[in-house]
Write a protein that binds this ligand. Structure first.
Ligand code: PLP
Length: 357
């Protein structure tokens, strides 16, 4: 099998192609916080017993963080699993509206239910990261990604709130929002209680650097979540994910401190990378509110990405799978300062070897 370019984070597949170990790669094609909490000691019960089908303790912990009642929360096997159920509701409502370029998984989920969608092209020029006005979408329902993937634009709550009156259903993916400095001010979570047509989906993957665990959650009206729970398999969140999730979120104060630490890293490393990349010839970094950013060029960046992989063992996100972007764009996930230096140094070397300008 080759490398599937619809998502980043293909460490094993690329290592197989390069003939190296996955751990030898620096993966900036996925966008995770650079720290992962120490794995807590697990009880034998979390392996041996069937997981709690109601995910009651984890629901409670998530609800406490957001000041909600637990029946407004549904943990999932990553945000990706929850998109599947959101898409089933979407298919029943009618035509979905999406921005292009956008995150591929909404389309995968809509495909599952033979749902139709209309894409609104996103203007590919922006001079600050936001909060920006979200473009209007066509269709009975709207899929929103805040901040947007792959562009890193942060949408203003005011512009999203207006969409709640125009669409029968609004699905807002806030997978990256807790990583954005002051991002919570743009969250739609405070509006869920008053809007039964709103679903907010969050992920713990990026914030805690736990992509392998698979843990996310939806916040929506309890009747909707109850319906989703009846559609899923009986044990969608495994016992280890429940145990670790409960431990990570046990203290709202601890969670809040973790978010602040990640946001400080995004602010510092985001600014540093913008400055460093802007000084390189032939590429332009685009403003971003979050822990990834796009670079663009007037020429194809595919040879540069391949050289980064083959000569430096650094993975950058190929953007050809994003409608409207193509080969002149790459996405880079922020890393620790040491690894960001490594990326910039490798890019400088490659741009000297094969100039784009
Ligand atoms: C915008 C966005 N939402 C959701 C996800 C999926 O999150 P999870 O790992 O929780 O399934 C991703 C993964 O890349 C993403 O980019």
């Amino acid at each position: 099998m080759g490398v599937d370019l619809r998502h980043g984070g293909n460490r094993q597949a690329v290592a197989d192609v390069l003939g190296c170990r996955p751990s030898q790669l620096l993966d900036a094609s996925a966008s995770l916080a650079p720290w992962t909490p120490r794995c807590p000691r697990l009880t034998a019960a979390s392996l041996r017993d069937y997981p709690d089908r109601d995910q009651a303790s984890l629901r409670q912990a998530i609800a406490a963080i957001h000041g909600l009642s637990p029946d407004w929360v549904l943990p999932g096997n990553g945000a990706a699993e929850l998109f599947t159920w959101a898409a089933r509701d979407a298919a029943a409502v009618g035509m979905s509206g999406l921005l292009a370029p956008g995150f591929a998984d909404y389309r995968r989920a809509l495909h599952c239910w033979d749902a139709s969608w209309l894409e609104t092209p996103l203007a590919l020029a922006w001079d600050h990261a936001g909060p920006l006005h979200h473009p209007s979408l066509e269709g009975a329902l709207a899929w929103i990604c805040n901040p947007h993937n792959p562009t890193g634009q942060l949408w203003s709550r005011a512009s999203l709130e207006a969409m709640l009156d125009r669409h029968a259903l609004v699905i807002c993916d806030e997978a990256f929002l807790p990583l954005v400095p002051n991002g919570e001010q743009q969250s739609l979570l405070p509006l869920v209680a008053e809007h039964s047509n709103l679903v907010v989906i969050r992920s713990l993957t990026k914030l805690y650097g736990i992509a392998g665990l698979r843990l996310g959650y939806a916040v929506a009206h309890p009747q909707r979540l109850q319906r989703w729970a009846e559609w899923r398999d009986p044990w969608p969140v495994n016992g280890i994910a429940l145990a670790i999730g409960e431990r990570l979120l046990a203290s709202p104060q601890h969670h809040h401190r973790w978010c602040k630490r990640v946001q400080r890293w995004v602010a510092t490393e985001g600014a540093w990378m913008q400055q460093q990349l802007a000084a390189l010839p032939g590429i332009t970094p685009m403003p971003s509110a979050v822990n990834y950013l796009l670079i663009r060029s007037n020429r194809s960046l595919v040879p540069l990405r391949e050289a980064m992989e083959q000569r430096h063992r650094i993975l950058l996100r190929d953007c050809r799978s994003f409608e409207g972007l193509g080969e002149n764009w790459l996405r880079i996930g922020l890393q620790s300062r040491r690894n960001n230096r490594r990326i910039v140094k490798a890019l400088r070397e490659e741009l000297q070897r094969s100039p784009l300008a």
